[in-house]
Design a protein around this ligand. Structure first.
Ligand SMILES: Nc1ncnc2c1ncn2[C@@H]1O[C@H](COP(=O)(O)OP(=O)(O)OP(=O)(O)O)[C@@H](O)[C@H]1O
Ligand SMILES: [Mg+2]
Length: 233
């Protein structure tokens, strides 16, 4: 469904992404792993239309996303859970969720909200609470819930486990699996390579703005180079 070819992205003179090819098929979980500064977030921001490619193409089904606006990309069925969650402080949990649903017709919003509350019961309990007062794990769930409010076909998550306590980390990975089983294709960016590769159908190792290695989740888990560099030996 998503096919990225020869993608290059620059920040001025900095070549952050230097010719990346990868694809995500319907119903897969695909993970991009790699060290700090490898270019993972830059790739996600380019897919979501926040950054523009310097070269290459991004195809999604029969649509060309390469020059599409961020709003149209959301409309095409792609939602992003940004690195660092980016919830709106000063707004309640409910108001944050509604921000995710701006393209969903009003008469469908309550069904979508009910689904999100089924997935994340704690958000229902905390619906009137200022989002800034939620715990880190709850804020991550809110960021995921907000993205799901757009009813995406492809959900991109940028480091959802970052900074979370172990109990929340396994919960977040379980929820990603559940969302995927419900028919949402997932592109998962993670530094937690072990957990990401355990739930992924396939993965790509990103290093210095290029794809260093690719394979199924289990192939990459068994790969000595991956074990040495990303799985603590
Ligand atoms: N706004 C920016 N301006 C200039 N350079 C940037 C900017 N954002 C990122 N970079 C640079 O681009 C490269 C890729 O960064 P990116 O954030 O995509 O990496 P990442 O793989 O997501 O890393 P992390 O795991 O730390 O989130 C890095 O060298 C980074 O310093
Ligand atoms: Mg990043």
């Amino acid at each position: 469904m998503l096919d990225v070819q020869g993608l290059k992205v620059n920040y001025g003179a900095i070549h952050a992404v230097r010719g990346v090819d990868f694809n995500v098929q319907d119903d897969e979980i695909v993970t991009l792993i790699g060290a700090n500064g490898a270019g993972k977030s830059t790739i996600v921001h380019t897919l979501s239309g926040m950054l523009k490619a310097a070269a290459g193409t991004i195809k999604y089904g029969d649509q060309d996303l390469t020059k599409m606006s961020a709003a149209k990309i959301v409309g095409a069925g792609i939602a992003q859970v940004p690195e660092g969650r980016r919830i709106f402080a000063g707004l309640s949990t409910m108001e944050n969720l509604k921000m995710g649903a701006y393209l969903v017709p009003r008469n469908e919003q309550s069904d979508v909200l009910a689904n999100v509350f089924d997935q994340f019961p704690v958000l229902k309990e905390r619906k009137n609470q200022d989002a800034a007062t939620l715990s880190g794990g709850e804020q991550q769930m809110l960021a995921m819930g907000r993205a799901l409010m757009a009813q995406p076909k492809l959900l991109m998550l940028d480091e959802p486990s970052m900074g979370l306590a172990p109990i929340y980390i396994s919960k977040i990975f379980d929820i990603i699996k559940t969302i995927n089983k419900q028919g949402v294709t997932v592109l998962l960016i993670e530094q937690n390579a072990l957990q990401a590769l355990q739930i992924a159908n396939r993965g790509y190792v990103i290093a210095n703005g290029t794809v260093q290695l690719t394979g199924t989740g289990s192939e990459l888990l068994a790969n000595p180079e991956v074990q040495k560099a990303y799985l603590g030996g």
